[in-house]
Design a protein around this ligand. Structure first.
Ligand SMILES: CC(C)(COP(=O)(O)OP(=O)(O)OC[C@H]1O[C@@H](n2cnc3c(N)ncnc32)[C@H](O)[C@@H]1OP(=O)(O)O)[C@@H](O)C(=O)NCCC(=O)NCCS
Length: 134
């Protein structure tokens, strides 16, 4: 839980992380849930006590959903994103899970290239919807 504020800052640092193109979608309570709740798995990549990457996955019985991944802008293209995805795949395999799904924006070429390198197959295209309740 000591990492929560660094994780929150990183998650809110890029519009590619949100459905509606705005920064700041994540709040500290959600991040606490990502860390605490049993079906959520959050891992960080850190160097010198600084969190440079975060991956958040949601595990189910037969598959996991890769909810979020982000690498600090100053440390991208150094293999950290790939390491995080491979790490979570290894963990899933140990649990007998052999399937993963995720979505990414059509314009997010960096993420798509990363996925291609790791042999992910492209699926159908979706529209993203969101709503603020009043
Ligand atoms: C997408 C993201 C997680 C990739 O992390 P990363 O640590 O930079 O990725 P890696 O260094 O492991 O890159 C692995 C491969 O992915 C591809 N790739 C990564 N970033 C790329 C970019 N900006 N443009 C083109 N290809 C890219 C490359 O093929 C790269 O291999 P190479 O460097 O040997 O050419 C990172 O760019 C990021 O945090 N982006 C903002 C948040 C985001 O978009 N998250 C995903 C939401 S679904």
């Amino acid at each position: 839980m000591k990492d929560a504020s660094q994780i929150l800052k990183l998650l809110n640092s890029d519009t590619k992380m949100s459905v509606n193109g705005k920064k700041g979608d994540y709040n500290k309570y959600d991040v606490e849930d990502y860390i605490k709740e049993k079906n959520n798995q959050t891992f960080v990549y850190e160097e010198d006590n600084k969190i440079l990457g975060v991956i958040i996955c949601h595990f189910f019985t037969s598959y996991f959903y890769l909810g979020s991944i982000i690498v600090d802008k100053n440390f991208q293209r150094k293999g950290i994103g790939k390491k995080l995805v491979k790490y979570i795949e290894t963990l899933a395999k140990k649990r007998g899970i052999r399937y993963v799904e995720l979505i990414t924006k059509i314009e997010n070429i960096g993420m798509q290239n990363l996925l291609k390198k790791l042999n992910y197959k492209k699926g159908d295209k979706f529209f993203a919807y969101s709503k603020n309740f009043r």
